[in-house]
Design a protein. Structure first.
Length: 283
């Protein structure tokens, strides 16, 4: 039975300390601020990122260098026979395609999973991979299983500030201006392809209710007869996030709801004050 290492990038939202506790190797996602490169979880905090964004700094996301990725794979292979690498969704970044090209030089020892997930749903894939690994599943089979179930994990988010989506070209300045005046909060939806509009409502409380209703509908229509994990996600104010966690959990009595921070690689596009909710099939 081969000894399998699980490797992921920080788009999953895990801190280095959390990853170490799970036995997961982490590749830090890079991004540039005013043309200076930073790495998530290494040399910048969330607070520092948001302060720079609010000051008008130019923020661009990127992908890990081939050397950084291969160094972590090589380290994992010093004590393991195979690697399962779960990078950021191929729908949102070229990180996955680059990793597939790099893995070609590893003679099948590195299996790259086209995860199609982000943030807490990405984290759920890691939990599934660990479970499969503990059952003795080899790297190639773990890849097949995760990709087969990749789309069984919808996530909904609402943003407090449309400025960063406007800067990134994901919403027009006119639409952002109207939404701000009318206190419209977009609820966005991601299900393996792209971040898309789900609903527009007035005020954050209605946005929360829309996300709760959306997750309830997902469970009723798709996950009712399966085991699943529930998540809430956030950026910025942890106290507001804890209130959201409590409100969401109240709607799903008897179910554990995992609260996790949005990765900085996503915060670069949506800013602070973001709340989210997700359901993911548990393998």
């Amino acid at each position: 039975m081969p000894k399998v290492a699980i490797v992921a990038d920080t788009n999953c939202g895990l801190t280095r300390k959390e990853a170490e506790k799970l036995g997961v190797y982490l590749v830090p996602m890079p991004f540039s601020i005013n043309y200076k490169t930073y790495h998530e979880g290494v040399d910048i905090t969330e607070k520092e990122l948001f302060e720079l964004m609010e000051s008008g700094a130019e923020v661009r996301t990127s992908q890990p260098s081939p050397a950084d990725v291969c160094d972590i794979w090589d380290k994992a292979l010093e004590t393991h026979d195979e690697v399962v690498y779960i990078p950021m969704s191929s729908a949102l970044s070229s990180t996955c395609a680059s990793a597939v090209a790099l893995a070609a030089d590893y003679d099948g020892k590195v299996q790259v999973v086209d995860n199609r997930r982000l943030s807490v749903t990405h984290y759920s894939s890691i939990l599934d991979a660990i479970k499969l690994m503990e059952y003795g599943t080899d790297a190639e089979e773990i890849k097949k299983i995760l990709e087969k179930h990749a789309l069984e994990a919808p996530i909904y988010v609402t943003v407090n500030n449309l400025e960063h989506l406007k800067k990134g070209g994901r919403i027009t300045p006119a639409a952002a201006g109207i939404a701000t005046i009318l206190n419209l909060k977009p609820v966005l939806y991601y299900h393996g392809d792209k971040l898309d509009s789900y609903k527009k409502v007035r005020g954050m409380e209605k946005a929360k209710l829309a996300m709760i209703d959306a997750i309830k509908k997902e469970i009723e229509e798709t996950y009712k007869y399966t085991n699943y994990r529930l998540f809430v996600a956030y950026s910025g104010d942890k106290k507001e996030a804890e209130k959201w966690h409590k409100q969401f959990a109240h709607e799903f009595p008897g179910r554990e709801v995992i609260m996790h921070h949005l990765p900085l690689s996503l915060c670069c596009h949506v800013g602070d004050g973001v709340l989210g909710a997700a359901v993911a099939k548990m393998l």
